[in-house]
Design a protein around this ligand. Structure first.
Ligand code: FAD
Length: 482
């Protein structure tokens, strides 16, 4: 039988879809000695690739509209950059300004040094901090004696930390730092789907402080010191450089922009037909790398239960506002990476990054760049405001919190409606149910931020895993084509 190229369609040109297409490209190149291999079509609804990654350049500023960096500890982001030859372009945060602040009753308090993902790791700074009251510090110390919970079910991030470290630590450190990543309500966020390592620390070591002590002791025994390097990295030319490089490296791949997929129809025999406004395409396998609600819409006519499960993953919206100011007469030193705002402060801003202090190459020498985050779960009304109103709101927050009176020389607003998946308690069970239903749809694969991690490295891993699953599927179901 002559070899026939198998056609894979990837719907969604965000980082997940791009990583999937790139992984398929790489595996096709490795296996290209024999048959015709794989051809791929990457279909994107909007006029550009990148999804939540969007970099703009204006007047010497490099402005990230969406994601601005990624975690280095999760290896998939850095590994991909390495494979793409982008290692020289990677940069870490500026060590000179290594401070983060928390807004407390309208004033900024420095987050104590050594706090790791909200959990104190150094005694001195923890005792000296004014972020926490003395009763709260005693309550945190008492965590040492609190036995681990014996129930294995999921619980919310808030329940877990309230139980282990107390309400004040939750309000002032955990909630703004951890649930802030998801722009979520900590009382709804699933511990097991977002930060399972905390449950693991509790179960394996008896508690968070005990686990920290064990880690420190191991470091000391191995002669290491806690990594001074920041956990975050970015690309000097902006994260769109990753998107552009990925797009350039795709082989055997047709990229269709401005092409929302409207329908996915199972074909008689096998495979699927994908309907767009002006054409249709046949596919032997489909990777749905859209947000979960997008996949829900496409799968509704095919499997109603699956579609409902997908539609049950809620998303929160937010806005980022980047403001450039002249350095001269700013009225604030911006000595830090920025601040986070606990929900209990009831402010419009969720957080602010002092972009040009945190990263080099983001503003001209005589200017600074600050980014504000507004919105988040339950506070999305701000997305409906005009750009001018949003800029005014951000400026007002900076005036009240940092005392910045100057008018910006640059202002950019980016709206992100339904952008951040909310992994609510029970999310992992939902994923199991989704996985079970997908078994009845051979050749359909789901990947993306909606499922197993919202960060860029997680999305890259998920896209690559989907590509691998496509390969396995072809090996199993269509071996004659190999
Ligand atoms: P998306 O980027 O949403 O891509 C999905 C694509 O599918 C979109 O381009 C969409 O147009 C397309 N699509 C949808 N439906 C269809 C259809 N029917 N047909 C064709 N195409 C379709 N993560 C970090 O690691 N670090 C950060 O600093 C960070 N900051 C963030 C800041 C903001 C404001 C936001 C919103 C997110 C941030 N994240 C960050 C999260 C991270 O950026 C995202 O989770 C990730 O980029 C999502 O990638 P994705 O490819 O799964 O989805």
């Amino acid at each position: 039988m002559p070899a026939v190229a198998r056609h894979v369609v990837i719907i969604g040109g965000g980082i997940t879809g791009l990583a999937a297409a790139h992984a398929l490209t790489e595996s096709a190149r490795r296996n290209s000695s024999g048959g015709a291999g794989i051809s791929c079509t990457l279909i994107e609804a909007s006029p550009r690739l990148g999804g939540k990654i969007l970099t703009d350049r204006a007047d010497g500023f490099v402005i990230e509209g969406g994601a601005d960096s990624f975690l280095a500890q999760k290896p998939w982001g850095i590994d991909l950059c390495r494979r793409l030859g982008l290692t020289d372009n990677l940069m870490t945060t500026n060590p000179e300004h290594r401070k983060t602040f928390v807004l407390l009753q309208g004033r900024l308090q420095e987050l104590p040094e050594g706090v790791v993902m909200g959990v104190p790791g150094k005694l001195g700074p923890f005792l000296r901090t004014q972020l926490l009251s003395w009763p709260a510090k005693f309550r945190i110390a008492a965590e040492f004696f609190i036995p681990p919970s014996c129930h294995a079910e999921d619980e919310s991030l808030a329940t877990f930390f309230r139980r282990r470290l107390g309400q004040e630590a939750l309000d002032r450190m955990i909630e703004p730092l951890l649930s802030g990543i998801y722009t979520a309500d900590a009382d709804q966020l699933s511990l097991l789907a977002t930060f399972p390592r905390f449950r693991d620390m509790e179960l394996r070591h008896g508690g968070l402080l005990r686990a920290m002590l064990v880690a420190k002791w191991r470091e000391w025994r191995a002669g290491e010191t806690s990594a001074a390097a920041t956990p975050f990295v970015t690309l000097r030319d902006g994260l769109c450089h990753l998107v552009q490089t990925l797009a350039k490296r795709l082989e055997r791949t047709t990229v269709l922009l401005n092409s929302p997929v409207l329908e996915l129809r199972p074909q008689d025999g096998n495979g699927y037909e994908l309907i767009m406004c002006d054409r249709s395409l046949s596919a032997d396998a489909v990777i749905l790398a859209t947000p979960a609600y997008g996949a829900a819409g496409l799968l509704a006519p095919v499997d109603r239960v699956l579609s409902e499960d997908l539609a049950g993953i809620p998303y929160a919206g937010s806005v980022t506002v980047s403001l450039g100011f002249r350095k001269h007469d700013l009225g604030h030193k911006l000595d830090g990476y920025g601040f986070v705002v606990p929900r209990v402060e009831n402010r419009l801003a969720m957080a602010s990054t002092w972009t040009s202090s945190k990263w080099d190459h983001r503003a001209p020498d005589d200017a600074v760049l600050i980014r504000c985050y507004l919105g988040g779960e339950g506070r999305e009304a701000v997305l409906k405001r005009t750009d001018a109103e949003i800029i005014e709101l951000a400026q007002m927050e900076l005036r009240l919190i940092l005392g910045i009176q100057q008018s910006p020389v640059l202002a950019r607003v980016y709206r992100w409606p339904r952008a951040m998946p909310q992994y609510r308690v029970g999310h992992l069970q939902r994923l199991e149910a989704i996985g079970g239903r997908l078994e009845h749809l051979p050749g359909v694969f789901l990947a993306g931020a909606g499922y197993r991690g919202v960060g860029i490295p997680d999305c890259i891993r998920d896209g690559m895993a989907a590509a691998e699953n496509v390969g396995r599927y072809f090996d199993k179901v269509m071996p004659t084509f190999v």
